[in-house]
Design a protein. Structure first.
Length: 277
């Protein structure tokens, strides 16, 4: 006996839920697109296409004079130095804050199993500080600091240090909180917080901590270029100057260098992750 065509085709049992979910997403997303004035069809307007072609045509050939390449090399090194110095300062601030905010390393809860009110209030205060630091993007910090310390990479270094201190402190604490009871055993046997961290929590969490730190260093390199557009020095400031002068050939060279910087940072992070695996 032949089966009907409808019986031969399996029907998705969750099709109503999927359709309802898609409708809800569209219902929520559409007002946001309208509010954001999202109009991608403007890209295909004749005037926009003409301006795009004129701008892209100026990229060829890329600038390659020795003087300009030397200037790009110095700016690129300044960008890497800004990101690395900012990350180093961020870690100097994040590590002690992580010790304070990580409940697993609390000595006051030994015995009773509960954290003392004083320790809890200090922990909540440090968490609020970390929220404040990471809530303000590094670009906003750079805008404020450029007006305080002036143009140059100093503003970028401090901006990265402030924002990334909040990010590192939060994630470091979450990683250490998920570690096993090794640090608890050390604390119960009279160890201090630092010793419990170094010999209990770090050995099992080191790979994850280093992996996240390397990832943030990659982000800091990209952020350093962006902050250059507000006067924080580095490759971004040179790109901003070339864009203002409509020097497409110079911009093409710096874009290629920027891609190489990000690719190099990704290669370094991949190598370190393989060593930690």
């Amino acid at each position: 006996m032949l089966k009907s065509a409808d019986a031969a085709i399996p029907r998705d049992p969750a099709w109503r839920g999927r359709l309802t979910g898609a409708a809800i997403v569209l219902f929520v997303l559409w007002p946001m697109l309208v509010q954001a004035e999202f109009k991608p069809w403007i890209l295909w307007d004749a005037q926009s296409l003409a301006a795009t072609w004129q701008f892209v045509a100026s990229f060829v050939p890329p600038a390659h004079t020795p003087e300009f390449l030397q200037l790009v090399a110095i700016s690129s090194w300044e960008t890497i130095a800004m990101a690395t110095a900012g990350m180093a300062l961020a870690m100097l601030g994040a590590i002690p804050l992580t010790l304070l905010v990580t409940e697993r390393l609390s000595i006051s809860r030994i015995g009773s199993g509960q954290v003392s009110p004083l320790a809890a209030s200090v922990r909540h205060g440090v968490r609020a500080l970390l929220v404040l630091l990471r809530s303000v993007p590094e670009l906003v910090w750079a805008l404020l600091l450029v007006r305080i310390v002036g143009l140059g990479p100093t503003a970028g270094v401090i901006a990265i240090a402030l924002t990334y201190c909040g990010m590192l402190g939060k994630v470091y604490a979450e990683i250490l909180e998920s570690s096993d009871a090794a640090c608890n055993a050390l604390l119960h046997n009279g160890s201090g917080r630092l010793q419990a961290l170094l010999y209990g929590a770090l050995p099992e969490s080191a790979a994850e901590l280093v992996s996240y730190t390397i990832y943030r260093w990659e982000c800091a390199i990209r952020g350093s270029v962006v902050m250059g557009f507000v006067g924080a020095g580095g490759l971004g400031q040179r790109m901003d100057e070339s864009m203002k002068m409509m020097a497409g050939s110079e911009l093409a060279t710096m874009l290629m260098v920027f891609v190489l910087l990000v690719a190099g940072a990704d290669a370094v992070s991949a190598m370190l992750r393989r060593r930690l695996a």
